[in-house]
Write a protein that binds this ligand. Structure first.
Ligand code: BGC
Length: 742
């Protein structure tokens, strides 16, 4: 016993100095003085750092949990990214978690994370408060789980409506997407967690994402994709910006001097750090000199030993490495993760659910409501049958690195544990249960929809048939077409033929075509509605919530109306995959390599979504900005102040229910701009009681009305007459006025 005690004392004596050296008294470190600016504090730390310590901040470690068999760093919190802190200087580890729509991989540690509605759905609320709340939910749960950085924040605009990741992004318009994503990240950062905006830039499709060379001129790029980033970055000043996999004008995004140094760091004045998407770094010297600050997850790929050698050999100056480390440290000080590190606690699932439900209620869009079938009445005659898409047990979620683990496992075959990549994962928010809960005297039944004959039978005997259709989408794969998969169009047709009161509920990652649209009475786009999705849907179906969501994307009738009727590269990708499979089956070398290919956006340029439909005089299935309410509104009295660049108008609720209108202001530029489309420049959600009216004043941000002048390398507001349009969607703009710019 005595020997053991002596050994323990000896051991503690031996380890104590090391401990004391590793964990200094923070209050004695000069950069812990919070009255200094984050830049000053970061500089002081950099000054004290060794070369290896600086490298430690720019070279992430471990694919960890993402790749079977890979080492998980000892202090990692099981997120997708990890960087060791510098204990002796009081700099904490960086634990990064994917968190586009909630925290990913929480189940790995038996934790719970709230699944929020998809970002495209939240953007369809057009409500910055909702976006702020969205970020706050993620931020507070990240902190509770011990993470100090989010790597969510996707703001790639919907150039490609079949993009597998559209559900992670905020729609097609740069001003709406930038505002919503920027505000979301602001809400997240307010929880003292480091924030991120991604995937910079032009990563608008998943097909060939590692090899696709996106071609677009600077003017169009600055007025579209990059404008969304500019706005989001301006609003949130994020800690990090993640550069994407693809090439842009023949340079990989993570070694693209134009994108990183010139636009992001100089023009946008971004002061945080650029981190690579996972495996998106392709060089050491070129990437470092082009503005990449952190290679993720690194594993010594390009920014470890190789960067050290480049520094020692003089190809990368030490000042550049100092700058990289400075940007990382500065972001840590700004976010508060050094002064207020996350304190682990238990996530509050009830609060998360309530917030998720609220966001879903604002983002669900009612697209069709013939004969005022909606809201459903509790006294109505006849039963209600729900058909298809596992509506008895749950709602669909989006996959890939945005996948959140459902409590209890996939609701369609519950078993605990993390979700599997590629699987369509349902969350236990049961439409059947919540619709039953609202239906009063009406009987509510369920038919799985797997046999159209039985579905039709069930529909025939019901008063109302609600068909649930789903489009599972995920990172890495685009949808080949706009059509719903698995013959669901045929299911809708069959049910609609059997019951005149058919309503379709869409759980999709983005726009889909609806060949049956005129045969059904109701259509609701609920997106992937999150853990409170069924509650939100039931509230809208029965009118406890008056819908106010408006589309953040255009719904095309068919692929033929899109700038690219087929996804560029999909055929080659498919063939390459087939070749790989053939080679494997034949026992040969697996040939996986998909060569680089070009994707030119020259024909559409900045004309993304509704701008394309306007310019091409095409009729969409449902236009951008469209969404029905159970009441009616008018917008009137539009006036413009040329000097202040503001508009004023009145919105009135002309119906019989409380409701919220999203009044939208678009502008067409003077003819000198040679633009044959309009731009969204401002909007306001206005809550009104029946008969009530409110006057709204909005400023028109000159940036949103400017053209990018490549000669001057700057945005310019052209002099001339701007046609200002006001209304309730991009295709319903009854009020106009003129803004004169000198
Ligand atoms: C995705 C990123 C994600 C990263 C880490 C990549 O494949 O493109 O969005 O953050 O993986 O999981």
């Amino acid at each position: 016993m005595l020997v053991r005690t002596l050994c323990l004392i000896l051991a503690s004596l031996l380890t104590a100095p090391a401990f004391a050296q590793n964990k200094p008294d923070l209050s004695k470190l000069p950069w812990m003085n919070v009255s200094l600016s984050p830049d000053q504090r970061a500089d002081m730390v950099v000054h004290k750092m060794t070369l290896d310590e600086k490298l430690q901040l720019v070279n992430g470690t471990g694919w960890g949990v993402l790749r079977e068999g890979d080492r998980v760093p000892a202090r990692s919190n099981f997120g997708a990214g990890f960087l060791d802190g510098i204990d002796r200087l009081g700099i904490p580890d960086i634990n990064e978690a994917d968190s586009a729509v909630g925290i990913r991989m929480a189940a790995l540690q038996s934790r719970y994370a709230t699944l929020l509605p998809s970002a495209i759905g939240a953007a369809s609320s057009w409500d910055p408060d909702s976006a702020f709340l969205y970020g706050a939910v993620i931020g507070r749960e990240l902190r509770a789980q011990g993470y100090n950085m989010s790597i969510g924040g996707g703001v790639n605009i919907t150039r490609e409506p079949r993009n597998g990741r559209n559900f992670e992004y905020a729609g097609e318009d740069p001003v709406l997407a930038g505002t919503m994503t920027g505000t979301l990240m602001k809400g997240l950062a307010a929880q003292q967690v480091m924030s991120d905006i991604k995937h910079y830039a032009m990563n608008d499709q998943e097909t060939g994402r590692n090899v696709v060379n996106v071609l677009l001129d600077k003017k169009a790029m600055r007025e579209s994709d990059l404008l969304a980033f500019q706005i989001a970055i301006g609003i949130s000043q994020p800690s990090g910006v993640m550069c994407s996999y693809n090439l842009v004008n023949s340079n990989y995004a993570c070694e693209n001097d134009y994108l990183l140094n010139q636009v992001l760091k100089k023009d946008f004045n971004f002061k945080g750090f650029v981190l690579s998407d996972w495996g998106a770094t392709h060089s050491t010297v070129k990437a470092a000199m082009a503005g990449l600050d952190q290679d993720m997850p690194g594993d010594d790929g390009f920014f470890g030993q190789k960067l050290k050698e480049a520094i020692q050999g003089g190809q990368v100056p030490m000042s550049r490495l100092d700058d990289m480390a400075h940007c990382v440290l500065r972001s840590m000080f700004v976010a508060g993760v050094v002064d207020h590190p996350p304190v682990r606690s238990v996530v509050d699932p009830f609060r998360g659910l309530e917030d998720a439900q609220h966001i879903a209620e604002e983002g669900i869009v009612v697209l069709r409501n013939e004969d005022h079938l909606l809201p459903l009445t509790t006294q109505g005659t006849g039963s209600i049958v729900l058909i298809g898409s596992h509506a008895d047990v749950g709602v669909l979620s989006g996959g890939g690195s945005a996948q959140v683990d459902p409590p209890g496992g996939n609701a369609i075959h519950p078993e605990p544990g993390p979700s599997k990549w590629g699987e369509a994962v349902y969350f236990p928010s049961s439409p059947l249960k919540f619709i039953r809960g609202k239906a009063g005297g009406r009987n509510v039944t369920f038919d799985p929809g797997t046999d159209p004959g039985s579905a039709a039978q069930a529909a025939k005997s019901a008063g109302v048939a609600i068909v649930f259709v789903t489009q599972p989408m995920r990172e890495g794969v685009d949808a080949a077409t706009l059509s719903l998969p698995n013959d669901q169009d045929a299911l809708v047709e069959t049910v609609a033929a059997a019951n005149p009161n058919t309503i379709v509920v869409l759980e999709t990652g983005g726009p889909v075509s609806m060949p049956w649209v005129n045969k059904v009475k109701g259509v609701l786009e609920v997106w992937y509605p999150g853990i409170g999705g069924a509650q939100a849907l039931a509230n809208i179906l029965f009118g406890d919530i008056n819908p106010s969501g408006k589309l953040s994307v255009t719904f095309a009738k068919t692929e033929a109306d899109l700038p690219h009727p087929q996804i560029v590269g999909m055929e080659i990708e498919k063939k390459t995959k087939l070749r790989a499979a053939d080679a494997k089956a034949a026992g040969g070398e697996e040939e996986k390599h998909l060569g680089q290919f070009d994707l030119s956006y020259a024909s559409e340029g900045a004309k993304v979504g509704y701008k394309w439909f306007d310019a091409e005089h095409k009729e969409p299935l449902f236009p951008f900005g469209f969404g029905l309410s159970y009441t009616t509104f008018t917008e009137s009295g539009l006036t413009v102040d040329d000097v202040q660049k503001t508009v004023r108008f009145t919105v009135r609720n002309t119906g019989r229910r409380d409701g919220t209108e999203v009044a939208q202001v678009y502008v067409a530029l003077p003819t000198a701009a040679k633009e044959n489309y309009k731009r969204l420049v401002a909007w306001q959600r206005v809550a009104l009681a029946p008969g009530e009216s409110k006057t709204v004043a909005l400023s028109l941000n000159p940036l949103y009305m400017s053209i990018f002048d490549t000669g001057k390398d700057a945005f310019t507001l052209l002099p001339g007459e701007y046609n200002v349009m006001l209304g309730s969607s991009s295709r319903d703009l009854p009020e106009t006025a003129t803004l004169h710019v000198q």
